[in-house]
Design a protein around this ligand. Structure first.
Ligand code: NAD
Length: 482
């Protein structure tokens, strides 16, 4: 059995308390590795290592920081296959998805911020010939980075890269459900020559290691991606300590499809936006709203596609639909489907646990792609995040109704709009309350754009300039000129 270790001060280190958690392969239900069950003592050691590394790293030139980060990106690319396999076994996602999306995007995160820091500019303001103001942006010290299980390496590196590019040092706490790629990354960081203590990775449960990191008095910056309930608990710890906090939280994203849309594209992309990674992407659309004239043909084609999307062994490159991440998560999603049934929803396909062909995955946590209809916008199924391969479909009669339904949740992470009417696309994109609106596409990302959620989907924005500002402290220097 593989043993995952913490990464502190450049060394792989067992947890202080000697306790470990079992790590299951969700496609088989079998334990295949164990990961540290770290606590406050480990966080203290990691923070001390990060503090000790801060003076030298924050004074290292941007060029040198960028070089080390580019080497990390090179090594991630060179290790594409082992990293993709590790993520597939840890998470249950199809290996082809890990190979094509998660791992290349993790490398892209390091490469992007390695370059971005070379081009960072700061502002200067001349005050009527009286004074010159300019802004210094300094790294803030030790950053605490907490990430979820759904895109483990991609979302972890999305935080690590801007934090260390801007001269901070970091303590990362990856999800205890999927720790393996963060462990492999720590080894690549050593190989790339990242100085000891610049990045420290502490594995363990959220309420233990995660909470200790959030509450640590010498960690002034916390960047968190995960569930809304966890985000609220973290915010309540950070607020009285005046920490800088970024929260990327849950979603209940609408897909709004007008009758004039290119239906072929809308169906094909809605298949992906509903079921990619078994619906376990925060940006998946889970409420599909279709203008009435297109409703029947759209739903018929979606159901046909979803019924053909059969579960397979995630390690098979041909598999498109893998396992859910864990037994508790599978049970939560099945319970949500039961709620939908009780609310009067009609299950058009899926709605149950399935088993892929072959013996290897006989004990795995698979749910068939599920499409539900007959539910109004205010029921629980359309209000609560399910985070699985489950979507609802409902008709609407006009633009006003579509926007009202789209906005009728406490979340506001992302949305997609499908129409050929340019003016309507702009109008509806402006009216939907979400941090990202994709028009006639989904999941296209430009790392320069602000990314984050409105309402209960988050606080602050990540991406390009926003991330670099988040991890730095602006200071105005005013020079009198008379
Ligand atoms: P989660 O909130 O349970 O856990 C996320 C991380 O927080 C884990 O590392 C966990 O150990 C840690 N944690 C848990 N309790 C903690 C506490 N009290 N203090 C500190 N840390 C704690 O979320 P999850 O189940 O891992 O991930 C799924 C959720 O993440 C979904 O709601 C999804 O929408 C959301 N998500 C959001 C985005 C986004 O960009 N907005 C991206 C991916 C996932």
């Amino acid at each position: 059995m593989k043993t995952i270790l913490n990464y502190m001060n450049g060394e792989l280190t067992p947890p202080a308390g000697g306790r470990y958690l079992d790590n299951e392969d969700p496609s088989t239900g079998k334990v295949y590795s164990r990961c540290p069950d770290s606590g406050a003592e480990d966080i203290e050691r990691a923070v001390a290592a990060a503090e000790a590394a801060f003076p030298a790293w924050s004074n290292t030139s941007a060029e040198m920081r960028g070089r080390v980060m580019s080497r990390i990106a090179d090594l991630i690319e060179a290790n594409l296959d082992p990293l993709a396999e590790a993520e597939c076994i840890d998470n249950g996602k199809p290996i082809t998805l890990a190979r094509k999306v998660d791992i290349p995007r993790a490398a892209a995160n390091f490469r992007f911020f390695a370059g971005a820091i070379q081009h960072a500019a700061s502002e200067a303001h001349m005050t009527d010939g009286l004074a010159l103001n300019y802004t210094q942006r300094r790294p803030r010290g030790v950053a605490g980075l907490i990430s979820p299980w759904n895109l483990p390496l991609y979302l972890l590196t999305w935080k690590v890269a801007p934090a260390i590019a801007t001269g901070n040092t970091a303590v990362a706490k990856p999800s205890e459900v999927t720790p393996m790629t963060a462990f492999l990354l720590s080894q690549l960081c050593t190989e790339a020559g990242l100085p000891p203590g610049v990045l420290n990775v502490v594995h363990g449960r959220g309420p233990a290691a995660g909470a200790a990191l959030v509450a640590h008095p010498r960690v002034p910056t916390i960047s968190f991606t995960g569930g809304t309930v966890t985000g609220a608990a973290i915010a309540s710890t950070c607020a009285p300590m005046f920490k800088r906090l970024s929260l990327e939280l849950g979603g209940k994203n609408p897909n709004v499809i007008f009758a004039d849309a290119d239906l072929d594209q809308a169906v094909a992309t809605s298949m992906r936006s509903s079921f990619a990674n078994q619906g376990q992407i925060c940006l998946c659309g889970s409420r599909i709203l279709v203008e009435r004239p297109a409703f029947e043909p759209f739903v018929a084609r979606l159901v046909e596609g979803a019924s053909k999307l059969s579960a397979g062994d995630p390690l098979d490159p041909a598999t498109e639909h893998g396992a859910l991440v864990s037994r508790p998560h599978m049970e939560k999603v099945l319970a949500c489907i039961e709620v939908a049934r009780r609310e009067g929803g009609e299950i058009l396909c899926g709605g149950r646990r399935v088993q892929p062909p072959g013996q290897r995955c006989a004990g795995g946590y698979f749910i068939a792609p599920t499409v539900i209809t007959g539910l109004g916008p205010s029921c629980r199924t359309n209000q609560e995040e399910i985070f699985g391969p489950v979507v609802t479909v409902a008709p609407f009669d006009d633009e006003q109704e579509a926007v009202a339904s789209a906005n009728e949740t406490r979340y506001g992470l992302s949305a997609t709009v499908w129409t050929r009417d340019l003016a309507r696309a702009h109008r509806v994109a402006g009216a939907i309350q979400s941090g990202t609106v994709w028009v006639n596409c989904w999941l296209l990302r430009d790392l320069r754009v602000p990314f984050g959620g409105m309402k209960h989907s988050g606080l602050g924005r990540e991406g390009g300039e926003d991330s670099m500002r988040f991890f730095t402290e602006p200071k105005n220097v005013c020079i009198g000129m008379r």
